[in-house]
Ligand binder design. Structure first.
Ligand SMILES: Nc1ncnc2c1ncn2[C@@H]1O[C@H](COP(=O)(O)OP(=O)(O)OP(=O)(O)O)[C@@H](O)[C@H]1O
Length: 629
């Protein structure tokens, strides 16, 4: 696939000062041809990653200009299916072995029943002997190769890599670039950003695209760069690394301007080969092209090129004959091109697997990861056990004492606050990192967001429900709440609902913000709900209307009301009274006093359900929004 971009501009807006705009990429042109290993180079902050993100489609907000594939305006969805983006950070699913990660990628990316080429790819990339190693135990170079291997599963023709050699030693860097060269030689377009490569490494790249201060200052064959610099009066000294030299030149803004003008900001391609334009097919070069379309491949690409000119099939419909004459071909100015033969019936830009398959594959993967996170499981279990015992001990055998009305309330409030605070912290702290990984997989068309989100929600339930029920059971029996099947079930259900709402808030925060100080953000997010929840028990008659409405939105209030109604409802007998008179011995007196006697536990649970759906929808929408930009 040939990639082309014209007049590409990328503008970012400061989040703090909205009026401040910065143009990061400034109206550049360029073309990356298939079968070539292309390096985007430039000094730090020049706009390399930004350019790569734009061309790959990883970033679309603030971008203007034209993006073309094989000379045609590109369809972003289709392009995403045929390209992949490998981030600078090695984003790999933790707690899986190399082989498991490959198998999951193959199941998600290939249609059901297709033989996964995992073993061949691992062999080719030198990872077969590490197939049983966990991804988090791999070395930097191995992680990079695994990132490439995962994307190779469905054999995309275009690879984008952001700084694939960063953090690697010289030997590993060379191995990595050699691998990329090999992939390019197999017919793929490989584009990567790279910091000043050593002279020996530079030779591996076929094409260089050099950017400085958002302008293109060189585009062309690697071998043509030194002669070009010489031709503009900037000869590279002998024994000097040309990559270092051109980067050094960018220190002077006037030189950047001059070089950018010379290359017409990327409109010109400098080549070391014989440069000859071919606009018409040459009759004497009539040739017959025969080919065999691969059965499983939705499309087959054939490049026709010789030293002088390159041809492309303009339109080709008769796939049955598998042959074509060069009279059907027409030359394209000054560029190499691909002959693209599509099998219309196989042409499909949707996912390779159904939503249900994606959901079940992702669910299995998540459950496997959860089950392997032994430390996390033990911490969660012990936390619920210890807190249950502690709260149970504080309110030991008080639940049936008519003289202890305020303790009854404290018990209900304490349980709700425990669930609210416990569940918000984990997603706030952990989810931002997961979002980056999910964005990579989503962008590379492994799966759709809906099955992912459904799997995420379901996968957390078993452990969460088990721990919550364990906590509720301990507190229920230690506090001495009289046993009643419905009361016990509702008691556990209310706790679980509060915990699910709280987790939803945590996910919504984690999906929007990359919070480094999540320990502060989690409690702060709960605080307004807590304030409104407690305010709601200020004997509601005197509460202004607006506060009345606001406090009804507090899930903590809903949780406390539901908990009180559960503990004192379901036909609860009058409490024991050890004194002459206990004002609150009859449960309905307490409920009247709290002004919740007309409330229904089922209504409160329904409110909790609605609030939970609102926050979980917010998380889903924010993920969609983040992934779309
Ligand atoms: N979202 C953004 N908001 C503000 N500035 C941005 C944003 N994205 C990029 N920039 C700015 O644009 C410039 C180019 O950034 P980019 O990351 O593309 O550079 P780079 O060439 O890849 O640098 P490096 O090699 O150091 O990674 C930098 O000055 C950066 O601060």
């Amino acid at each position: 696939m040939d990639l082309e971009f014209r007049n590409l501009t990328y503008t970012v807006q400061s989040r703090i000062a909205k009026a401040t705009k910065k143009v990061v990429v400034k109206g550049v042109d360029g073309k990356f041809t298939s079968g070539q290993l292309v390096a985007i180079m430039g000094p730090s902050g020049a706009g390399k990653s930004s350019l790569l993100n734009i061309i790959s489609g990883y970033r679309s907000a603030g971008v203007t200009g034209e993006l073309l594939v094989n000379g045609q305006p590109r369809d972003e969805h289709q392009f995403q299916r045929s390209s992949c983006y490998i981030t600078q950070e090695d984003l790999l699913q933790p707690l899986l072995t190399v082989r498991e990660a490959m198998d999951v990628a193959a199941k998600l990316k290939l249609p059901r029943g297709t033989k996964a080429p995992s073993e061949e790819i691992l062999q080719e990339l030198g990872l077969l002997e590490h197939q049983n190693t966990r991804t988090d135990s791999l070395s930097g170079g191995q992680k990079k190769r695994l990132s490439i291997a995962l994307e190779l599963v469905n054999n995309p023709p275009v690879f984008f890599l952001d700084e694939p050699t960063s953090g690697l030693d010289t030997v590993t860097t060379t191995q990595c670039v050699k691998l990329l060269k090999q992939l390019a030689r197999q017919g793929r377009t490989i584009v990567c950003t790279i910091h000043q490569p050593a002279a020996s490494l530079l030779e591996f790249f076929d094409q260089l695209y050099i950017i400085a201060d958002g302008y293109c200052i060189y585009q062309g064959d690697t071998a043509a760069m030194v002669p070009y610099l010489e031709s503009v009066g900037m000869p590279c000294p002998r024994h000097h690394n040309p990559a270092d030299f051109i980067i050094e030149l960018t220190e002077n803004p006037a030189t950047v301007k001059l070089l950018s003008q010379e290359i017409l900001n990327g409109k010109i391609y400098k080549t070391s080969k014989i440069d000859q334009n071919c606009t018409e097919p040459l009759p004497q070069m009539q040739l017959k092209v025969c080919y065999q379309a691969e059965d499983n491949a939705p499309e087959t690409e054939i490049m026709l090129t010789n030293e002088k000119c390159v041809y492309k099939v303009q339109s080709y419909s008769n796939t049955a004959s598998m042959c074509s004459l060069s009279s059907q071909l027409s030359g394209i100015n000054n560029s190499s091109a691909w002959m693209k033969i599509q099998k219309p019936s196989d042409y499909d830009i949707s996912y390779s697997t159904s939503y249900f398959d994606q959901f079940s594959i992702l669910l299995k993967r998540m459950l496997l990861q959860i089950s392997r996170n032994r430390q996390g499981l033990w911490i969660q279990l012990l936390h619920h056990l210890m807190c249950g015992l502690l709260i149970g001990a504080c309110f030991y055998n008080m639940a049936n004492d008519g003289t202890e009305m305020f303790n009854h309330l404290k018990l209900c409030v304490g349980i709700v606050i425990f669930f609210a605070y416990t569940q918000i912290m984990v997603p706030v702290l952990v989810y931002p990192q997961e979002v980056k990984l999910v964005k990579k997989e989503y962008f590379n068309c492994w799966y759709s967001l809906t099955p992912y989100y459904a799997a995420l929600t379901v996968s957390k339930l078993p452990v969460q429900l088990f721990c919550n029920i364990l906590f509720s059971t301990i507190v229920y029996f230690m506090a001495g709440i009289p046993f009643n099947v419905m009361r016990f079930i509702t008691f556990c259900a209310v706790g679980n609902m509060v915990s699910l709402v709280s987790e939803g808030i945590g996910l919504a925060i984690g999906s929007v913000f990359n919070v480094t100080n999540g320990c502060a953000v989690g409690p702060s997010a709960i605080a307004p709900f807590l304030g409104l929840g407690v305010y709601g028990f200020d004997f509601a008659h005197q509460i202004p209307l607006i506060m009345n409405i606001l406090m009804k939105l507090s899930f903590i209030r809903c949780g406390i009301v539901a908990m009180v109604l559960t503990v004192f409802g379901f036909g609860r007998q009058p409490l024991e009274c050890s004194e002459v008179f206990c004002h609150f011995a009859k449960p309905n007196v307490l409920m009247q006093y709290l002004d919740i006697d007309k409330s229904s536990v089922w209504m409160e649970i329904m409110f909790l359900l609605i609030i939970m759906l609102v926050f979980r929808s917010m998380c889903y929408i924010s993920l969609r929004w983040r992934f779309a930009t």
